[in-house]
Design a protein around this ligand. Structure first.
Ligand code: BGC
Length: 279
């Protein structure tokens, strides 16, 4: 059992985010799922967004509800403007407001440059970058409408962009994905600069290799995992809960002075591990 799922062993403080309303996109699996559960554990009511995988999303909702908070699964493709607007409007109507957005939904469509189709390029940019832009825009409208409610949080709202170590590590064969995450870095910093005076905190998490369906082939056999560990000084592949814990912390007032930052949660993958012995 993972740490966010266990009731007795969780390291997440139960009331840290009490009463806050969180929207997590792409929350039916992987990092989004663990983050939605972690936010529920911390006391949030949670909207579990999904685009495919309704049953999985409903299971995440059930897990969150078992913690004594509210949860609901909303279907929306984050790359479609009308669907994002409908989703955030519905959340405000049914949950009252939005305090935390975790713009997590993302995908890969890998190919060498000469084989990458325009459709593959566009799909990844549409979901990973435009999707975050649309969700951030709509959540920001609600943060500004509501303003700061001091009993709830010191800030009017928190946006956590799910980036990747590939916002700074080039990645051959993945030009669409790396470009989308490089875009997330500059989008996040620009929004943070623009919105900080309005008491809205925008930050990013940059996961390294985390055991989720997106990269299963990189860790599922012992040989693959051994190769992957060459890139990770901390010598373990991450779990979705590693990201969930960071998201809960970043969303909380413990981190109220953290604005426009990227927190790398990567076991040291961005530390140029090849130089541990060379150079
Ligand atoms: C990618 C994974 C990859 C990891 C480290 C993530 O952003 O989605 O496929 O394993 O970066 O390279």
């Amino acid at each position: 059992m993972s740490s966010t799922e266990g009731t007795s062993r969780s390291v997440i403080p139960a009331n840290l985010l009490k009463g806050q309303k969180a929207l997590v996109t792409g929350a039916n699996s992987g990092i989004g799922k663990a983050t939605a559960i972690g936010l529920g554990r911390a006391g949030c009511d949670v909207v579990v967004n999904y685009v495919a995988g309704r049953e999985d999303a409903e299971q995440v909702v059930d897990k969150i509800k078992a913690m004594g908070v509210r949860a609901a699964a909303y279907e929306a493709d984050v790359s479609q403007e009308d669907q994002v607007v409908a989703m955030t409007d519905r959340m405000v109507e049914e949950f009252g407001t939005i305090d935390i957005l975790v713009a997590n939904a993302g995908l890969q469509r890998d190919a060498p440059i000469t084989e990458m189709t325009l459709a593959q390029w566009r799909k990844v940019l549409d979901v990973n970058l435009t999707g975050q832009f649309l969700c951030a825009r709509e959540a920001t409208k609600e943060f500004l409408r509501r303003g700061v409610v001091p009993e709830v949080s010191r800030s009017a709202g928190k946006i956590i962009c799910m980036s990747s170590v590939h916002q700074i590590i080039p990645w051959a064969g993945h030009v669409n994905y790396a470009s989308s995450k490089g875009g997330v870095l500059m989008m996040m910093q620009t929004l943070a600069q623009e919105l900080a005076p309005k008491k809205i905190r925008v930050n990013a998490l940059a996961p390294g290799a985390i055991k989720t369906p997106i990269n299963r082939q990189a860790w599922e056999t012992p040989e693959a995992e051994r190769d992957l560990l060459q890139l990770i000084p901390y010598n373990r592949v991450g779990e979705p809960e590693d990201i969930a814990h960071a998201a809960v912390g970043l969303a909380s007032d413990l981190m109220d002075y953290v604005v426009g930052a990227t927190l790398y949660v990567d076991g040291g993958m961005t530390l140029f591990p090849g130089f541990a012995t060379g150079g």
